[in-house]
Design a protein around this ligand. Structure first.
Ligand code: GDP
Ligand code: IMO
Ligand code: MG
Length: 445
């Protein structure tokens, strides 16, 4: 069985926890997109792991971990991560592979990310400053790109770095009035990366296809969330890769037809870090309550996450573009003790200029409701969410193991999400630990 796990919202849905659980029955876990902007948390008993580049299967000693072509690899972060988990007794010797085609994030990418964000002032994207956008830009531009495979030929790499760094320094000094970086220093770091990583650098596409032919079971781990997808998300407030499940095939060279099931991970509410429209945001006591109860602070940057109600319009969009089969609904426990809980079921559009519908644009009736998520931010910023209100539940559910033991109102909340989205909720998170998870085989209630 091959499974792909993908975020249905703006990231941080709890993918790390879901991947860690499913990895128990997987031979291989694959990271196929994004870079160290991701922060995937795995909690095992009292140990907490925050993984940025390693697939979340890494904490299971028998799982092979693969980082494929479309991931942008920051070797410094990866080294730190390997050292951190080694201190907890976990090594990846012989079970980590990195694509020779994966692009390398270097110091000048992180610097460019930071300088550009600073220069944008209030219009900044709110990136993680991990050099993601600049590295993907160099990939698309080709001539300034460095890939993991380039570490094999250090003489050629040295020459390439001289050319690239001399160009970058012109931009840093002239455009941003910043200090230049040293090509020699970056080359020295690359030399040490070559020593450490070359034994793991392979053609991961060949490896995955051979593994499929040998009947191995593969778990594909999405990073970020579908609404942060470069082409299908809320551009420009997105990341620089295809973070919906559409990015899986291109990201690792395995067509979606080899995937038996796409699991979409969503929180029982919605969060977002960084700028950009967020129709169901609760910039009030409710949002604050959710943030504190759910510990909604970024895994990578520590920034407070913006919090709001569950947005079924947004989730349905991610489900449609991602051909999602089932939902893993996390953080149900966080909503406990609220008198009532809300689900956004449609958007109200008050002006024909802000409609994606041609009929509406031509119509004289300005007000219209839609259940289609407009990824265009000008439109999305001008919608009013329409809510359904459901009664909340008081009980602490963090020890519940069986769906039938959940309070009736919590069950009703899940049933409503299933009805609206048209797909079953098969995994329910009631706490951060592996054990705080309810599994359901049942189809839509
Ligand atoms: P990811 O990026 O999608 O892997 O998610 P993050 O790890 O960035 O953020 C999810 C946070 O929620 C982490 O701190 C998890 O430990 C935590 N978490 C995951 N599932 C649950 C859940 O069901 N309940 C609670 N209370 N916490 C959860
Ligand atoms: P995981 O995998 C939440 C957001 C950033 C910013 C935008 C662009 O943990 O769910 P970038 O650094 O990628 O150029 O930033 O995307 N972002 C995330 N938000 N979870 C993530 O990853 C994210 N990765 C990027 O906050 O708004
Ligand atoms: Mg995260």
């Amino acid at each position: 069985m091959n499974i792909c796990v993908v975020g249905l919202q703006w990231g941080d849905e709890g993918k790390g926890k879901v991947v860690d659980i499913l990895a128990e029955n997987s031979d291989i876990v694959v990271r196929y997109s994004g870079g160290s902007n991701a922060g995937h948390t795995v909690v095992i008993d009292d140990s907490k792991f925050a993984l940025h580049l390693l697939p979340s299967g890494a904490v299971r000693p028998d799982v092979t971990c693969v980082i494929t072509n479309a991931v942008v690899v920051d070797p410094e972060v990866l080294l730190n991560e390997l050292e951190t988990i080694a201190k907890k007794g976990i090594t990846l010797n012989g079970r980590l592979f990195i694509s020779e085609n994966a692009h390398v994030v270097l110091d000048y990418h992180k610097m460019e990310d930071q300088l550009r964000e600073e220069s944008l002032g209030i219009n900044k994207i709110g990136t993680t400053i991990r050099g993601i956008g600049p590295c993907y830009a160099d990939k698309a531009g080709r001539s300034h790109a460095i890939r993991m495979g380039d570490l094999r030929n250090l003489r050629q790499l040295k020459e390439k770095l001289q050319t690239i760094v001399s160009y970058k320094n012109k931009v840093f000094t002239a455009v941003y009035n910043a200090a230049p970086v040293s090509a020699d220093d970056i080359f020295d770091k690359c030399k040490s990366y070559a020593d450490k990583f070359l034994p793991f650098v392979i053609d991961t596409t060949e490896f995955l296809h051979k593994s499929i032919a040998n009947g191995k079971s593969i778990l594909f781990e999405g990073a970020q969330g579908s609404l942060l997808d470069l082409d299908h998300g809320t551009f420009p407030y997105v990341t620089s890769s295809n973070s919906s499940s559409l990015g899986m095939s291109a990201g690792c060279g395995v067509p979606a037809k080899y995937v038996d099931k796409f699991i979409g991970v969503a929180k029982a509410y919605t969060t977002r870090v960084g700028a950009g429209p967020f129709p169901t945001e609760q910039d009030n006591d409710i949002g604050q309550y959710i943030r504190e109860r759910g510990h909604e602070y970024g895994t990578t940057t520590g920034r407070p996450r913006r919090c709001g109600w569950f947005d079924a319009v947004a989730a349905i969009y991610s489900i449609k573009i991602g051909a999602i089969d089932e939902i893993a609904l996390m953080h149900l426990d966080t909503l406990a003790s609220l008198k009532e809980v809300k689900i956004c079921t449609r958007y109200s559009i008050l002006d024909t200029r802000y409609s994606t519908s041609i009929e509406h644009q031509k119509s004289s009736i300005k007000h219209r409701e839609t259940t289609w998520f407009p990824s265009n931010i000008e439109i999305l910023s001008n919608v009013e969410p329409v809510y359904e209100t459901l009664p909340g539940w008081d009980e602490d559910i963090t020890d519940v193991k069986d769906f039938r033991k959940l309070p009736k109102n919590a069950r009703n909340y899940i049933s409503r999400i299933e009805k609206l989205t048209g797909i079953p909720v098969t995994i329910i998170g009631v706490g951060p630990k592996r054990s705080q998870t309810i599994f359901r085989k049942k189809s839509i209630s």
